[in-house]
Structure formats: structure tokens, C-alpha cells
Design a protein around this ligand. Structure first.
Ligand SMILES: [Zn+2]
Length: 174
């Protein structure tokens, strides 16, 4: 991954003002990432994973509940940003069918489905308040990831306390 130099930030994280011409339209992005086929309703949680908050100054477009023959999905376009492997893994927890498209010079140079990792480290905190990872010990959380056949959902299991988590994982993202 190369550092993008057109991200519009100076060393203090301040943005350059966009011209009025760029307002009121969602256009193709020049360099960045399009995350497609996000599970409907998960776009805002994905933005949280990517650290998009008040301080984020690059252009971000969000389409929620985009229609289409194959059903609803959310889509995020994010200018001047490529995703780390950890971010892709975390997105897979919320939206296993999402695809990540890397855009350079308006072209899709890489397209991949998020893949379900076998384990995740330091991404989610444990639901169990008594877990050692929730103590003051400097221990990184670690969960094994699998499919819960009965519930048809993703299941993560803490390797320290065996707590199993399936629902609303986004609430536990670190
Ligand atoms: Zn635990």
C-alpha cells in the first residue's frame, strides 16, 4: 500500500477547502477505496471501523440501502484511503459478503471479497467483564472466528475465557 499524497491534509490534520463545484454530486473517486455489498444498515459501523469521525477530512460518500435486483446493500466510497488488513478483517465480522475495490487514477486496480479470518487479535473487546483482557493486564484480545451453523451467524470465541459472542459485534470494536 502506498501513502496517498492527495489526501488533503496538512501536518495538523486540517483540510483544504473543496471548491463549490465539488458539492452536491457523488462522483467517481480518483484514488481510494469503494466498499461494496456491505450488509444493509452496516455502513455507519464500517465507517467507525475505519476511524471516520469528525476529524476525518477526506471525501466520503455513503449509500445506504441501495436498491438492485439482488437486494439491498450499503456502499461506501472513501477518497485517498486504502484499508489495512486488520480493517478488512474487522469489516468481515460485520459484513462477510462485502467487497473492497482499490481505486487508483479512477480505475479499479484491485477487487477482493473480505475473507473471514480464523482468528482476530486486538480488534474486539471481550463481552465478559471478568476476562483477563478487560483487566489492567497488557494483554491483547484474541478470538477464534467460526460460523454458528444453527443461527447462521458469525461466532467469535475468546481464547482466554471461552466467552462466545455472536450479536452486535460492532458494539465491542476497540
Ligand atoms: Zn474473554
Amino acid at each position: 500500500m502506498t501513502e496517498d499524497k492527495t489526501c488533503g491534509q496538512d501536518n495538523y490534520g486540517r483540510s483544504k477547502k473543496l471548491g463549490d463545484k465539488n458539492d452536491l454530486r457523488i462522483k467517481a473517486i480518483e484514488n481510494g477505496t469503494v466498499i461494496d455489498h456491505i450488509k444493509p444498515g452496516q455502513a455507519l459501523n464500517v465507517l467507525q471501523i475505519l476511524g471516520v469521525n469528525d476529524n476525518f477530512t477526506n471525501t466520503v460518500s455513503i449509500v445506504m440501502n441501495a436498491g438492485g435486483e439482488r437486494g439491498d446493500k450499503d456502499v461506501i466510497k472513501i477518497e485517498g484511503r486504502e484499508l489495512t488488513e486488520k480493517e478488512v478483517e474487522t469489516i468481515s465480522l460485520l459484513s462477510p459478503k462485502a467487497t473492497v475495490n482499490i481505486i487508483r487514477d479512477f480505475d479499479v486496480v484491485a477487487k477482493r471479497k473480505v475473507s473471514q479470518p480464523e482468528s482476530i487479535c486486538g480488534v474486539v473487546r471481550c463481552v465478559n467483564p471478568n476476562c483477563i483482557t478487560n483487566s489492567n493486564e497488557p494483554i491483547e484480545t484474541r478470538f477464534t472466528v467460526s460460523e454458528n451453523e444453527k443461527m447462521k451467524v458469525l461466532e467469535i470465541r475468546c481464547i482466554f475465557c471461552e466467552s462466545v459472542m455472536t450479536k452486535e459485534l460492532f458494539k465491542y470494536i476497540l
